[in-house]
Design a protein around this ligand. Structure first.
Ligand SMILES: *Cc1c(COP(=O)(O)O)cnc(C)c1O
Length: 357
């Protein structure tokens, strides 16, 4: 079976974790500090603040920007539920606008139309590792005085004309095991604003400016040094992992583009292929079943847009967003991760082609 995702862990990670366990210092410490410094450098930002998950990163980024009751946040319905859940968790209202049919990212023209006097932020998702159209979204945010919070949980070191995602506004990343790099569970907030970084630091650790000096209310959403050590080992390999993903995607593009809709990447955009997503032709359930029987793992990201989730329907968010709904019905993700061999890739391509014939 060729899995849809596979974290690449080896001696570096094992030794790093053992060293932390041996030291006895397991909570947030030196390893996390080192990881933050390196992640900020790679992300081209002044600061990076590590937290316990990508969800925590989104949640604390919203709180750090004072987003709460009465505020609207424009976001994508075609994402993992965490994107919109965190907006609800701070008491604000997610305003879903439809996506572009080719990139699956927020449609800037529709974002512009959704702006109201209550809009406080735009939260685009760089879905599958493909940058959202920041060239059009940033001017909108600037013209209307809106906060930009990027859900970059799938897009480590993706970029636009060399500028990394997560450096346009406040960036939120995840290190869940299937992501382009992992710390087991983990996340990070990137920013060039020292005040936002300081607020996230306070929020992640009970508002403590120093030990037992509480200047704000906060949570415990810290990253452990065990996770930090895994992160320090993984981050050295991140660029290599991404290069492999991009090469694998190019191979699949060459083999599949005459049969199916392959990923669309805008000029100057660097897609880092957290997922390689195509549209199934015909019965998608049958594709998943047949590919599975032939030993090809697939993923559906996402089978149901957020505004059609039972909880969101209950809360009155049901509406018609036809492009996102069509994407949810048709997309299928194929293996693209760096552990694939050339033979694996060719098998994936052949089985997909067989389904199209
Ligand atoms: C993974 C992911 C998250 C949440 O990250 P966790 O680390 O699982 O909390 C949020 N948004 C998107 C788009 C993601 O892919």
């Amino acid at each position: 079976m060729i899995p849809i995702a596979q974290p690449l862990l080896g001696a570096d990670e094992y030794e790093a974790v053992l060293a932390v366990l041996t030291s006895g210092l397991m909570a947030q410490g030196e390893q996390v500090a080192r990881f933050e410094k390196r992640f900020a450098e790679l992300s081209q930002t002044e600061e990076a603040v590590a937290v316990s998950s990508g969800t925590a990163a989104l949640h604390l980024a919203l709180l750090a920007h004072d987003i709460g009751p009465g505020d609207e946040v424009i976001t994508s319905p075609f994402s993992f539920a965490a994107t919109a859940n965190t907006i609800l968790l701070v008491g604000a209202k997610p305003v879903f606008v439809d996506i572009e049919a080719d990139t699956y990212n927020l449609d800037p023209a529709l974002v512009e139309r959704a702006i109201t006097p209550r809009t406080k932020a735009i939260m685009p998702v760089h879905l599958y590792g493909n940058p959202a159209d920041m060239g059009r979204l940033m001017p909108l945010a600037q013209a209307h005085g809106l906060v930009m919070i990027e859900d970059a949980c799938q897009a480590h070191l993706a970029s636009i004309d060399g500028k990394t995602v997560g450096s346009f506004g406040t960036g939120c990343f995840s290190f869940y095991p299937t992501k382009n790099m992992t710390t087991g569970e983990g996340g990070i907030v990137t920013t060039n604003d020292p005040e936002i970084a300081e607020r996230v630091r306070l929020l992640r650790s009970h508002g403590q400016k120093q030990r037992y000096l509480h200047v704000a209310i906060g949570y415990n959403l810290r990253m452990t040094d065990i996770q930090g050590a895994i992160g320090n080992a993984q981050i050295k390999k991140l660029e290599g992992f991404n290069e492999r993903r991009i090469q694998n995607a190019q191979y699949l593009n060459e083999r599949l583009s005459e049969y199916v809709q392959t990923p669309v990447v805008r000029p100057g955009h660097r897609h880092v292929y957290h997922q390689y997503t195509i549209r199934a032709r015909g019965d998608r359930d049958q594709w998943v079943k047949t590919l599975g029987e032939r030993g090809i793992g697939t993923g559906i990201h996402y089978p149901r847009p957020i505004h059609k989730q039972p909880f969101y329907i209950e809360q009155g968010f049901d509406m018609s967003l036809p492009v996102a709904e069509a994407a949810a019905a048709e997309v299928i993700c194929l293996p693209v991760h760096p552990a694939l061999t050339n033979d694996d890739l060719e098998r994936v391509a052949q089985e997909v082609i067989a389904l199209c014939r």
